[in-house]
Unconditional design. Structure first.
Length: 339
């Protein structure tokens, strides 16, 4: 099969590889579309140990079942499916509590095992969702990043929210903003240093946008809120500076939610957290329930997961990867389509 292959650090090439074989509890999926995640770009750029070559990356995907393993009962060849990125064991304490994204033995496609930057991928049946007829694969493959936003909503569902700020107008920031608007009725304020990304965010019906490269961040946010405090800040970047900005701008008693993984920073001020009773939380990936709700949002048309995405065939997979990594032509998101 053709695949976009990460054979060694600093190398990415289109090549022929063997079609994977299914274990008894797996199905072989013929990939229809696979998004490129910012975490894949970062690990490639930094030679991160989180993704060690040789490897086929890709964890945001959907497709059609080609064959089923001998122990699989609920799926058949020809079924259209979407996959979670995280494979859980189903037996550990986290899994028993329904926190499958925090499984003690979790695997992630394109990290611990080969992913979907190839024509076929083997997938445990337990992480699949049924894809209804008529839903375009190029939209359905955004289920996983949108599910990250849904997961943020679930983690903060106990908080009364009036004003939220989302730092970063990349794929996770944009999908998180839409999840909060669709599920909590809260239109966030989006912060980014790239004006072209803020223009995309404006189309999503945000409460406002701020470019800290051209305006003072706190003053600009206060102008948008009329001086009202910020209940929740979502850092979808994950740099030391954005961690600090988020903690500084959230109100006493408010919450900073960290989902971005730009670097492993150690930058938060404990006095600010303790003296103002601020909560700092992390958010990682998504459960099957989050995936199901994200897919339902896409099917309903309540979210925009297509207008800001660039699409490439597999034979232009390297171009798709590097265009997104280098933000060529105001690039936010690349999806590889297998048609």
């Amino acid at each position: 099969m053709k695949a976009l292959y990460y054979p060694a650090h600093d190398e990415l090439l289109l090549t022929d590889l063997p079609v994977p074989e299914c274990q008894p509890d797996e199905v072989l999926v013929k990939v229809k579309a696979c998004g490129i995640c910012g975490s894949e770009l970062e690990t490639f750029k930094t030679r991160s140990l989180r993704r060690v070559p040789p490897l086929i990356m890709g964890h945001e995907f959907c497709g059609v079942i080609e064959t089923v393993g001998t122990a699989v009962k609920d799926w058949k060849a020809g079924d259209a499916v979407v996959s979670n990125s995280v494979i859980s064991c189903g037996n550990c304490e986290s899994c028993r509590e329904g926190k499958t994204n925090l499984c003690s033995h979790r695997q992630v496609f394109g990290m611990h095992r080969n992913g979907a930057f190839g024509a076929y991928v083997n997938v445990p049946a337990a992480v699949l969702l049924s894809l209804p007829v008529g839903v375009a694969p190029r939209l359905a493959c955004i289920t996983e990043p949108l599910a990250n936003g849904v997961h943020l909503v679930r983690l903060t569902q106990h908080l009364p929210l009036k004003n939220i700020v989302i730092i970063g107008a990349g794929p996770i920031g944009l999908t998180a903003q839409q999840a909060f608007k669709a599920l909590r009725g809260v239109a966030g304020i989006v912060v980014d240093i790239r004006q072209e990304r803020l223009e995309v965010a404006k189309r999503m019906g945000v409460a406002g946008v701020v470019n800290p490269g051209t305006e003072e961040l706190v003053a600009a946010i206060k102008k948008i809120t009329g001086g009202a405090p910020i209940d929740l800040v979502i850092d979808a970047v994950g740099a030391s500076q954005t961690n600090q900005q988020g903690l500084e701008m959230v109100k006493p008693g408010g919450t900073l939610m960290m989902i971005g993984l730009y670097n492993n920073s150690k930058s938060l001020l404990s006095y600010d957290i303790v003296l103002n009773e601020k909560a700092v939380m992390g958010s990682y990936a998504a459960t099957q329930n989050d995936m199901q709700e994200a897919l339902a949002l896409i099917i309903s048309g309540k979210v925009d997961v297509g207008s800001w995405v660039h699409y490439y065939p597999l034979d232009r997979g390297r171009e798709a990867f590097f265009d997104m990594m280098d933000a060529v032509d105001n690039h936010i998101k690349s999806v590889i389509v297998f048609e």
